[in-house]
Design a protein around this ligand. Structure first.
Ligand SMILES: [Zn+2]
Length: 461
């Protein structure tokens, strides 16, 4: 006979979600009760944290703590939740709770999302997903957003950065957004030219030619044309500032932009390596863009590539080389695990007792040499010049070895071991969407650089 599973239902709704989306405790509860019934679970208890965001500290989520207490008293076999973001948005808290669950052999599942934490593949997925969620919630906390909404309602600016054609006047609470008379024509021309040419590039060229005092890049022009402030609306507040064009005209232009975009690019493409590749000439992180592939010269085939913005937008960097996303991805799939393995072995060598004893021996020898050098100099047996150069060498060697001794010895490699032990990591990787692929690389790689022969070098985290 199958063992009956005793389930605990966990529910969480934040104040903002209740207000904005009408999510309620009740709707989650009935959804989860139905789920439990479908799966023949016995519901032990329902735990509901109301008015709490997932960012709230663990200790303030009272119902979650009560649930954990029941877990520790072995009253529950499985926890069911609606979606992962009900559970945690913070990787550290998640692992703290997961530890308790693991100890008591309790697992959990989502009614509306699929995760399987019983396999290492499942946990890898989950780790990636949580890293993304954490990143998102770090960017906007509910309270900051609430404050911003209020400021906007009162027509106050929430940042100092204004689109061209607007400026901020007044002080403190009296700050207002008004038209900038010096750049009114600039703003009007921008929309006129787009209607005329339907090309961001041509608009950018026109503006830079006619307003050399106000240089502007391609990406900013694109963002400006989509900015609702030009018809007076900001964050859904319609009469936020004085408009340049009517809402109807703005909408017409943005429909044109959307139509063009569908024609030329894949919509909202997520660049897997954006911010991860460093330009080998200037060190700036390279940005992704869609370019026409050289071989297929048709209008609608574009390839994701990376280039140094310092070269392309203000020509301060000589690196005109572009990197094709697909080729880099293939290279990484062929080389990543091998290089990671070499990296791990190298660090473990250092962590290995003998090796670190070697390092401390070297450090000791350098210390002795430094002492002796001081004596030699004090006894006038070497010149000041010789002393200086010798001393510098010893000191920088010492720094290097000391750093090596502490850094490498303390590095936690468990994350890498998990990855290296997972035989089908590449197979799994292929199933990820671009957003998750990106999170995957960010998890392990600090940056990728090229050497002078354009060969890639991976720097691990
Ligand atoms: Zn560069």
């Amino acid at each position: 006979m199958e063992k009956v599973i005793r389930a605990g239902i966990y529910i969480r709704v934040s104040t903002e979600e209740q207000a904005k989306h009408g999510y309620s405790i009740e709707s989650q509860k009935s959804r989860l009760k139905a789920w439990a019934k479908e799966h023949n679970y016995i519901i032990v208890n329902v735990y509901a944290d109301e008015g709490k965001s997932a960012r709230t500290k663990l200790s303030n989520r009272k119902e979650l703590l009560r649930l954990l207490k029941d877990v520790e008293e072995d009253k529950i076999d499985r926890i069911i939740i609606w979606r992962l973001d009900r559970w945690f948005r913070n990787v550290a808290d998640y692992y703290r709770v997961q530890d308790i669950l693991d100890k008591h052999k309790v697992d959990w599942e989502c009614s509306d999302e699929e995760y399987n934490t019983t396999t290492s593949n499942g946990r890898l997925y989950l780790n990636i997903k949580l890293s993304i969620a954490q990143n998102e919630s770090d960017q906007t906390s509910d309270r900051i957003k609430f404050n911003f909404d209020n400021m906007v309602k009162n027509k106050r600016p929430i940042s100092g950065a204004m689109p061209v054609g607007y400026k901020i006047v007044g002080e403190g609470r009296d700050k207002r957004v008004v038209k900038d008379p010096d750049l009114e024509q600039f703003a009007l021309d921008m929309f006129d030219k787009y209607e005329e040419t339907m090309s961001f590039r041509k608009v950018t060229e026109y503006l830079n030619l006619n307003y050399p005092q106000r240089p502007i890049g391609f990406e900013r022009v694109k963002r400006h044309l989509k900015n609702t402030m030009y018809y007076g609306c900001y964050r859904d507040v319609e009469d936020y500032c004085e408009p340049y064009i009517s809402k109807e005209r703005w909408q017409k232009i943005n429909d044109l932009i959307a139509k063009n975009k569908r024609k030329y690019t894949r919509t909202d493409y997520v660049f897997i390596f954006s911010g991860l590749i460093k330009c080998y000439k200037c060190g700036r992180r390279m940005s992704g863009s869609m370019v026409h592939s050289r071989r297929v010269r048709t209008e609608d085939v574009k390839t994701p590539t990376y280039k140094c913005a310092k070269h392309y937008y203000d020509t301060q960097c000589p690196n005109n080389h572009t990197i094709t996303e697909r080729l880099l991805e293939e290279w990484l799939k062929d080389n990543f695990l091998k290089q990671l393995n070499e990296y791990v072995v190298k660090i473990e060598d250092v962590q290995n007792e003998d090796e670190s004893q070697d390092i401390s021996k070297v450090i000791h020898k350098l210390e002795v040499r430094k002492e002796r050098l001081n004596e030699l100099y004090l006894d006038n047996r070497i010149s000041r010049e010789k002393y200086e150069t010798e001393y510098q060498t010893i000191v920088s060697d010492l720094e290097k070895y000391n750093e090596k001794a502490t850094d490498d010895q303390q590095r936690d490699l468990s994350k890498y071991h998990k990855l290296l032990n997972n035989k089908n990591v590449l197979e799994l990787y292929d199933k990820l969407n671009n957003e998750n692929k990106k999170a995957f690389w960010y998890e392990y790689i600090d940056c990728i650089k090229q050497d002078d022969d354009k060969k890639y070098i991976i720097f691990f985290k």
